[in-house]
Design a protein around this ligand. Structure first.
Ligand SMILES: [Fe+2]
Length: 182
């Protein structure tokens, strides 16, 4: 089954620890709302060639994209991201990599991606179409809500047109590095 996102291991455990140190040393903004993000802490990585984000930059470049922006988000109680696609931003984003830097006592705060509904999913033979035919069936549309399970240090990668969100945090926190490419 093809998906419109992938889970990758781009950085090592040592890299993840270095990223956490970088996060700890950056100044922060608490945003009640920042575009699609709510009740969240944001820390911008100013230097695009930062040594700790190098592997992620190179990964994006290997796919043919240029790094546009790196920033950390800290999801904590009541943080969430409403469903959106990143290419809605004025600086059109072509590829997004979200890397989990730290997770602690987390309930909620999980990544949701809306995956493509493909005709092959319908070929089991034991389903019928209520309408009798498949006119208007949303084949090729990104309508399937998928909960993307990420371990610490892993990255989820999707292109700018893929809708995604983050469920509201009920407890604990999660720090991620968001890398935008165009
Ligand atoms: Fe986004």
């Amino acid at each position: 089954m093809n998906s419109n996102y992938s889970i990758e291991t781009i950085i090592t455990e040592q890299d993840r620890k270095e990223l956490k140190k970088l996060f700890d040393n950056l100044s922060f903004m608490n945003l009640q709302q920042g575009c699609h993000l709510f009740n969240i802490e944001r820390r911008d990585v100013k230097d695009e060639k930062n040594v700790y984000t190098e592997k992620i930059r190179k990964y994006g470049e290997s796919k043919g994209y240029q790094l546009q922006q790196n920033y950390f988000l800290k999801y904590r109680e009541n943080s969430f991201t409403r469903v959106h696609a990143d290419d809605c931003h004025s600086d059109s984003v072509k590829l997004t990599i979200v890397t989990v830097v730290e997770t602690q006592d987390l309930i909620g705060g999980e990544c949701l991606v809306f995956d493509e509904y493909q005709k092959t999913l319908d070929n089991r033979g034991d389903y019928i179409m209520l309408s009798g035919d498949d006119n208007g069936v949303p084949y090729g549309k990104n309508i399937i809500p998928v909960f993307v399970k990420l371990n610490c240090g892993q990255s989820v990668v999707y292109d700018g047109g893929v809708e995604h969100g983050v469920t509201r945090v009920e407890q604990g926190h999660r720090v991620v590095l968001v890398s935008w490419f165009n």
